[in-house]
Ligand binder design. Structure first.
Ligand code: GLU
Length: 515
């Protein structure tokens, strides 16, 4: 394939939904696979929906995921500027050109007039009134008023928009790389605004002008843009750019975990998982969201998970790093049906990538959480903790929960088991084991193990009576990593003092039970 150029074109209207990240990812994979160019274009022409910080958020999130742009507001490039608000003057010229070719017209209807018109139409039984071929001649525009009158109004400074003139009863057909041939009857389309009263273009005009000027070869975007494509195809035709019209690929929806309906930003809170790549904090708590990153996902796992949400390699392989994805990716293998969002699958991917990482890398990722919790541990210690906990977690912060006893003495005891087992002769044996451990010079995993096992065996005790109590005394619970190694990591002094505290606490638990 020739010079492939694709763009990711988010509007900075808030944080980037995971569906948007998937769109960016597929554009990236397609570009890299074909030695093409991956472009970031910020579509910020709708000033009313502009949210400060959103552009930064988008860039930061994609960087975290390792999706670097070849051209964009940061990296520059010969087709800039890459922020539409900085290209404002370009669009007006094309809107005027469309008017001069009679493919568009000036419309002077004020918002109030339009509201009133809609109300009137509704009262006449038209449920969704459209500004189109059937109604335009009864409206306040240059087609109905004539050239002279319109020129007069414009000269007087009357505010106007420019609307595309959609033809009556024409079939608009285009080929989509995912869904095949798509066709619309032009009567379904309205005369969309191309240029607004403030001189800013709407999404439709800016989008196709930029795709043309930036020599975009493939438009890969979410399915929700499919209906707009009919207008876009018309614009390409009107501007005589049909020959260089990009190929379209509309990606399937990401569906709720329950399978039906589009995954929405509110579903995150509802189902208790992230739907944004990174956390987004807003003044309104309802508009604040936790991200995949902060939830404890690795970028590699997030990418792998998203890649398979709507694309299938056609083999059994599931684990793909970014380079492998680039090699395997093709638009032909994008699935047509919606892709169900399955957080358990995402966690499974995360676990696989956690296991692949070195203990040192995991420790580095955990360090900020340790610091935030106010725990002080040295690096080597943290690496050992991570090595031991790594196989037991799916999300990074789980180390802090499941391994809490590595960081603090302040943890609860599993009282149910204490109540059942803290009685003679177990008590005297646990205390004897503690004495024997206190005598150990080499407080290593193997020495600890042989002391404990020898004691149990030579006294013909049952493991089930002794072991849970030992574990609870050291860690608070009966589940956890290898106890001997845990003891070695925590070191002798800590273990002995934990026993002392536990013995008193266990006695207190029994006293409470008896009372
Ligand atoms: N600005 C649009 C968006 O926010 C871009 C759609 C497209 O890729 O054409 O998704």
């Amino acid at each position: 394939m020739g010079n492939i150029r694709v763009r990711f074109a988010p509007s900075p209207t808030g944080p980037l939904h995971i569906g948007g990240v998937r769109t960016a990812l597929y554009n990236y994979l397609f570009a890299k696979k074909n030695n093409g160019t991956f472009i970031l274009r910020i579509e910020d022409t709708d000033q009313t929906r502009y949210v400060p910080g959103a552009e930064e958020y988008i860039k930061k999130s994609l960087k975290w995921l390792g999706l670097e742009f070849d051209e964009g507001p940061e990296s520059g490039g010969e087709f800039g500027p890459y922020r539409q608000s900085e290209r404002k003057d370009i669009y007006k010229e094309y809107a005027e050109k469309l008017v001069s070719m009679d493919f568009a017209y000036y419309a002077f209807d004020t918002p109030e007039e339009l509201d009133k018109w809609r109300e009137d139409m509704k009262s006449k039984g038209v449920h969704s009134p459209k500004y189109d071929y059937s109604t335009r001649m009864s409206m306040n525009n240059s087609l109905a008023l004539g050239k002279e009158k319109s020129a007069e109004l414009i000269a007087k400074g009357t505010p106007y928009v420019i609307r595309i003139k959609v033809p009556e009863d024409e079939k608009i057909v285009f080929s989509d790389m995912v869904r095949g041939e798509v066709s619309f009857n032009s009567n379904e389309l309205d005369d969309k605004v191309m240029l607004k009263t403030d001189g800013m273009p709407t999404y439709h005009l800016a989008n196709i002008v930029d795709d043309h000027l930036m020599k975009i070869t493939h438009v890969i975007r979410g399915e929700e843009w499919l209906p707009s494509t009919a207008h876009h195809v018309l614009l390409y035709k009107y501007l005589c750019w049909e020959d260089s019209m990009p190929k379209f690929a509309h990606l399937p929806l990401i569906l709720k975990p329950v399978g039906k309906g589009k995954l929405s930003k509110r579903d995150g809170a509802k189902f208790g998982f992230p739907v944004f790549p990174m956390s987004w904090i807003s003044d309104n708590p309802e508009d604040s969201f936790i991200g995949f990153k902060e939830f404890g996902f690795l970028p590699e796992a997030t990418i792998n998970f998203l890649a398979l949400l709507g694309w299938s390699p056609g083999t059994e392989q599931e684990i793909f790093d970014l380079d492998e994805l680039v090699q395997a990716f093709s638009l032909e293998k994008i699935v047509k049906s919606g892709a169900r969002f399955n957080i358990d699958k995402a966690k499974w991917f995360n676990q696989q990538y956690i296991l692949k990482k070195s203990d040192e890398d995991i420790a580095e990722l955990i360090k900020p959480l340790v610091d935030k919790a106010g725990y002080v541990v040295d690096d080597k210690y943290l690496v050992r903790v991570c090595a031991l906990m790594k196989p037991r977690i799916e999300l990074l912060p789980e180390i802090m929960e499941a391994g809490k006893f590595f960081f603090t003495d302040d943890f609860d005891y599993l009282e149910k088991i204490v109540r059942k087992k803290w009685k003679e002769p177990n008590i005297v044996h646990i205390k004897e084991i503690k004495q024997k451990l206190a005598l150990l010079e080499d407080f290593s995993k193997s020495e600890i193990e042989s002391v404990i096992k020898n004691h149990i065996e030579s006294n013909e005790l049952s493991f089930g009576n002794i072991f849970p109590l030992l574990r609870i005394a050291i860690t608070g619970t009966t589940k956890g990593p290898d106890l001997f190694e845990t003891m070695e990591i925590l070191k002798k002094n800590k273990i002995l003092s934990r026993f002392d505290v536990a013995f008193d606490s266990f006695d207190a638990i029994i006293r409470d039970k008896d009372n």
